[in-house]
Ligand binder design. Sequence first.
Ligand code: NAD
Length: 339
Amino acid sequence: NPATGRYTVSFIEGDGVGPEISKSVKEIFSAAKVPVDWEVCEVKPLLVNGVTTIPEPAVKSINKNLIALKGPLATPIGKGHRSMNLTLRKTFGLFANVRPARSVEGFKTTYSDVDLVLIRENTEGEYAGIEHVIVPGVVQSIKLITREASERVIRYAYEYCRAVGRPRLVVVHKSTIQRLADGLFVTVAKEMASEFPDIKLETELIDNTVLNVVSNPGQYTDAVSVCPNLYGDILSDLNSGLSAGSLGLTPSGNIGHKVSIFEAVHGSAPDIAGQNKANPTALLLSSVMMLNHMGLNEYADRIEKAVLSTIAAGPETRTGDLAGSASTSSFTAAVIGKL
Ligand code: NAD
């Protein structure tokens, strides 16, 4: 709203621990005086003509506000439902999944210098869902790569490099085997390189990437990586495992041409739901990515620093998943104290 300088953001609080971690984000945003007003959307999965569908009021809210923050959504089992996350991706054309993975100071893991950013193509590849039984015992599964989808995710990755000041773009592929499919992805990146003379393009076979990341993750701190869908799915969890030892701290952003949705990577944690035990960090760091995306960088930096220094302060202010004794609400209060 240009008159008030405030932004309205759609908020899908989600299932299980979703409402508890969402409450934490809302309280911290209020304390930090972030100029964001939330429009809470219910996203209970609907089956319309046998197809999983997002309720119309939520679709309207997100199309109006263009930005959403999302807690975890449980996928109903055995009712013919498709994953709600896949449905959201399709509904809003979210073509790029951005997954930063950074070591958390004060929380010891194998490496202390992980600072990786991976951008995953989010719409095609092996996830195109084209599979056939040719004859019993022989199946065919098709990996679809198009120039259009490759161009939009690779362009976004180049632009992301510029926006965050990382001078290298690493295209991760296996074009030695997938000559046409990954070959096209790599070709598109090379063709686009002349538009981004300030970014150094490198290509790397995925087997080399895996070896490099687990032996010395620090070598990618000045890079952004981009890759087709399935490689991105696997590599992004590897990166999270190296940085935090779990997915519990990992934020993500799903970027489309119009709409962007930011969300924690973890699920609804039904085993601890309603017990004031959940760690809100992943959703908080997703909200920090969201604020950076919106250009509200100063608010993002303040909240990020407060969250990370609360974790670094020791086990009394950490939640149980990080071997601490804090509850969701006492962690939240500690973050607000740091603000
Ligand atoms: P999960 O991530 O919910 O839980 C795995 C383990 O991690 C559990 O022990 C849980 O207690 C713990 N955990 C997760 N988030 C935590 C947090 N914030 N703080 C502390 N501990 C946390 O994975 P799951 O059990 O496989 O899935 C449960 C449900 O979530 C399923 O319905 C699944 O479909 C859904 N899911 C949703 C998303 C999403 O919306 N992005 C992602 C994955 C799973």
